[in-house]
Each structure stands twice: as C-alpha cells, then as structure tokens.
Design a protein around this ligand. Structure first.
Ligand code: SF4
Length: 155
C-alpha cells in the first residue's frame, strides 16, 4: 500500500511541465544526508486510486504532469497508479525513484519521466555536475537521459 504525506505543484522537478508532485512515505532507502528523513517512516494517508483521482481533479486545469516522489517499497502500486493517470487523466507521468536501476520494463509503458539514483550528499542532486542521479525522458519505451536540463539551469 502506498501512503503520502503531502503534495505540491512544482515547476523544476520535471522540465517544461507543471507537476503535481506527491510525496510518498515508507522509503526503503537510507541515504546518508537524506533531505526528507520523515519519508523513511511509514506515515501518512493511503494513496488509493480514488484519492489520487480526487487530488488530480482538484488541480487538473493547472497541471500537465503527475509525479510520484518515492514509493520504492511498493513499486507495483506506483506503476499501477501511473497507468490510471495515463488512462483516465491524459496527463504526463513521472517517478522519482531512489533505485539505481529501472524497477521493471513495464515502467516504460506508464511513465514519461523517471529519475533514478539514491541521494549521495557528496555528489549532490540533479542540479550538480557531480550527481549520480539521472532523469530520463521515456519515448516509445526508450530512455533518454535529460539530466543536462538541470545542469543548464544551475549555470
Ligand atoms: S531516497 Fe530520498 S527519501 Fe529515501 S532515504 Fe534517500 S534521500 Fe531520503
């Protein structure tokens, strides 16, 4: 089961998209220097399909994308909800995963964007040239590394 703690409309996490970013808890990673330690706990409200659609309906005129922030403890549920967004809402979908590798090839069919990589404080986040994290645009089930979009902004 997925739980979320909060959400926000953001502009930087997915380039060129206005994104409803939903913070998911129960993160299985233990990144040293974690920037969101509360998300390591099993807290928050259940993110069911109905709850997700209700959230999206509230903001659908203002957003172009829905991004799941975390959820690596229940990757099948993240993929299932992304498929609901694609099928019922006509919005783009993203996933900020802390995994180093794509969870499953089926992700390619339900996400337009996937961030991969744990957070390593010494290397920095996506806007640092040293980062280990990558953001991919997925087109025709092919991953294109667009991490450079963050680096340009940082210059
Ligand atoms: S993936 Fe994110 S929330 Fe999870 S431990 Fe790492 S930095 Fe914290």
């Amino acid at each position: 089961m997925l739980k979320f703690t909060d959400y926000d409309i953001v502009f930087r996490e997915i380039p060129d998209e206005v994104t409803l970013a939903i913070n998911l808890s129960n993160c299985p990673h233990r990144c040293p220097g974690c920037h969101s330690r509360q998300l390591q706990q099993d807290i928050g409200a259940e993110l069911s399909g109905d709850v997700l659609l209700s959230l999206i309906n509230r903001y659908k005129d203002d957003i172009t994308c829905v991004c799941f922030m975390g959820g690596d403890a229940s990757p099948d549920d993240v993929c299932r909800l992304a498929a609901v967004v694609k099928r019922d809402c006509g919005l783009k979908t993203g996933w900020y995963s802390g995994n180093s590798h794509l969870y499953d090839d089926k992700c390619k069919a339900v996400f337009d964007f996937i961030k991969l990589g744990d957070y390593r404080q010494a290397l920095g986040g996506l806007d640092k040239p040293t980062t280990n994290q990558r953001l991919y645009l997925i087109e025709a089930e092919t991953l294109h590394d667009i991490t450079y979009r963050f680096l340009r902004r940082a210059i």
